[in-house]
Design a protein around this ligand. Structure first.
Ligand code: ATP
Ligand code: MG
Length: 204
């Protein structure tokens, strides 16, 4: 599950644990980007975003952080990341990229987006405020690759798209940054250790 994690919040974390529980996956890695391709430079450093992401996942052993995009530096293209992971795990292991509906709807603007599905499955999760209004390119993509059941994602290495509705949490990093700027409480939107790190280091 890639993201800017600027900062990581309970919307990301509930998504991660609900997916792990629902599909009985063994692990889920958060992949903080170095430099987002479609938005401005984050206001805190990649190292700080990595640090708070590490703090956030410490309460569930199934969660991990993959640092490869931060180590690679430069613009973080998901296609590069998936190619590297695929090369590492071999051709036959299922690999699943988790993304929210808002990200999925922007897919046609991603670098080499049509190729993503050759390296991984896409698991698209609901996000409050984002309806699956598929423009023609995306609906053709879904027609080609939509799985008949989520089980299909565990039976092949890549090539399927599945949509899953999770507990709706209307939390975003932008909302947390805006609250922090106004000196309003960010508590209960993200894990306490992350909240404390943000307050201690006066981020945002
Ligand atoms: P920003 O407001 O800065 O864009 P964000 O909250 O959207 O931040 P990102 O780091 O951009 O967080 O998101 C990483 C991934 O997590 C994306 O695929 C996004 O769709 C998904 N995601 C983020 N928040 C939620 C949420 N509340 N529910 C479901 N998915 C989410
Ligand atoms: Mg976002």
């Amino acid at each position: 599950m890639g993201g800017t994690f600027d900062p990581v919040h309970n919307g990301h974390l509930r998504t991660a644990v609900e997916i792990l529980d629902r599909f009985h996956y063994s692990s889920l890695k958060l992949v903080p980007c170095f430099q987002p391709v479609h938005k401005g430079r984050p206001s805190v450093t990649p190292e700080q975003r990595l640090e708070i992401t590490r703090l956030a996942i410490s309460s569930d052993v199934r969660l991990g952080v993959d640092t490869r995009e931060i180590q690679r530096e430069g613009p973080s293209y998901s296609i590069d990341t998936l190619r590297y992971i695929r090369a590492e795990i071999g051709a036959s292991e299922p690999l699943i990229m988790v993304l929210g509906m808002d990200s999925f709807l922007s897919l046609p603007t991603w670098h080499d987006w049509q190729a993503l599905i050759q390296y991984a499955h896409l698991l698209v999760v609901s996000r409050p405020g984002w309806e699956p209004d598929l423009i023609s390119e995306l609906s053709a993509f879904c027609e080609n690759y939509r799985a008949g059941s989520p089980h299909e994602l565990q039976c092949a290495p890549s090539g399927r798209v599945w949509f899953e509705t999770l507990t709706p949490l209307g939390i975003s990093s932008s909302m947390i940054r805006a609250l922090a700027r106004k000196n309003e409480a960010i508590a209960y939107l993200l894990p306490e250790p992350v909240q404390h790190y943000i307050e201690q280091h006066q981020l945002y």
